[in-house]
Design a protein around this ligand. Structure first.
Ligand code: BGC
Length: 363
């Protein structure tokens, strides 16, 4: 049954791949839509170089903006809020004309955002929403709630929860409470899984299922690992199997996978993730992670470069969601890109054929 589901999922994902390839072919269109710059300086503030995805996001933004004729002021803040604040303030005082910000903590950049507003510098929130500020003009991201539902549905389909009684043991690891995305990922997944918990098909032996109990500050691999080690030794050392471990992203999945490798001898669980980081794709190929959610950072960067040109030229900005992302002060007009799941059956098409990675990078 699992195999049948995998085939259905693989077929579905090929269809989605076709769509995403269209979207990527459309990226040429998006690039054609990009309004050429004349050297204006664009501030791009990224949270950290520690995680692969932000390096990719930064590189993509830099290249695409430069190709479109802009000058790029790209800075990484070492996951330190004070550093990010002062980097953004420097961007403003050194004459950057628009800011693209992926916040470390969505609510902690208030001072810098006020300064941007006072200087009439538009701000685009990149991937993570900037909270509690009316200085945010636009938000571009992947559909964060959908990331969670993709993970939840993968679990339901792979365990065939609609047709078998179970029960299956589930554990959960979510993201950073300071990152607005983390709640969307987790609630998307739990909205899918909760009915099966309620009916007893899924059981959580640790009892830890509330977001605050399963969150991982700064999305740190080591923190996810030590929590997983505690859960394994308290609930699974008697030979009980953990059947599925919902992890909101790849850095936390890596921690759980390290803990499983060191502290667990039962049947290997379905482990979910997000980002298709290289280490995780390698683990996927090795059977240590069932799936990840692929968010093609090239698509997001292309969209943001398009938005930058539109904002700077006072042209109507391309958004597709004007309801979901309330930052506590306003609903921020957003562009949501579509995430797709990746697993061992479709990663070649999704990641290698599309040029995202080379085969060598995954060896
Ligand atoms: C991003 C994820 C990423 C996580 C940790 C989130 O805001 O949307 O793609 O895995 O941060 O960096």
């Amino acid at each position: 049954m699992r195999k049948t589901m995998c085939r259905i999922l693989a077929a579905a994902s090929v269809a989605v791949l076709a769509m995403s390839t269209m979207a990527f072919a459309g990226e040429t269109e998006a690039e054609a839509d990009v309004i050429q710059g004349n050297g204006q300086k664009i501030g791009v503030s990224m949270p950290t170089k520690d995680l692969q995805r932000w390096n990719q996001d930064g590189d993509n933004m830099q290249k695409m903006l430069e190709d479109a004729g802009y000058t790029v002021d790209l800075q990484y803040a070492s996951n330190d809020v004070q550093t990010q604040l002062s980097q953004i303030e420097n961007m403003i005082s050194s004459g950057d004309e628009i800011l693209v910000i992926a916040a470390i903590e969505g609510s902690s950049l208030g001072e810098a955002l006020t300064m941007a507003a006072e200087n009439e510098i538009p701000v685009i929130a990149y991937d993570r929403l900037l909270m509690q500020s009316d200085a945010v003009s636009y938000y571009a991201t992947f559909d964060n709630y959908m990331v969670g539902t993709v993970q939840g549905n993968y679990i339901v389909d792979t365990l065939d929860l609609d047709n078998v009684d179970g029960p299956f043991n589930l554990e959960c690891t979510a993201g950073d409470p300071g990152d607005n995305n983390a709640g969307y990922f987790f609630s998307g997944a739990m909205d899918v899984l909760q009915p099966y918990i309620d009916s007893g098909k899924l059981v959580v032996p640790s009892g830890q299922v509330a977001f605050d109990d399963v969150a991982t500050p700064t999305w740190a691999t080591e923190t996810a690992q030590s929590r997983a080690e505690n859960i394994l030794s308290s609930n699974y050392s008697d030979g009980t199997n953990v059947d599925v471990w919902l992890c909101s992203n790849d850095s936390t999945a890596l921690g759980v996978e390290n803990a499983l490798a060191a502290n667990y001898t039962g049947t290997y669980p379905i482990v979910t993730g997000q980002d298709c980081d290289i280490e995780n794709v390698k683990n996927m190929i090795a059977g240590k992670q069932a799936m990840s959610v692929f968010k093609d950072t090239r698509t997001l960067a292309a969209q943001v470069v398009k938005m930058v040109g539109q904002v700077l030229n006072g042209v109507e900005v391309d958004v597709n969601d004007t309801e979901t992302y309330d930052n506590g002060v306003k609903v921020v007009p957003s562009y949501l890109c579509e995430p797709v799941f990746a697993d061992v059956n479709n990663y070649t098409e999704l990641l290698i054929d599309s040029g995202y990675y080379t085969e060598d990078q995954l060896k």
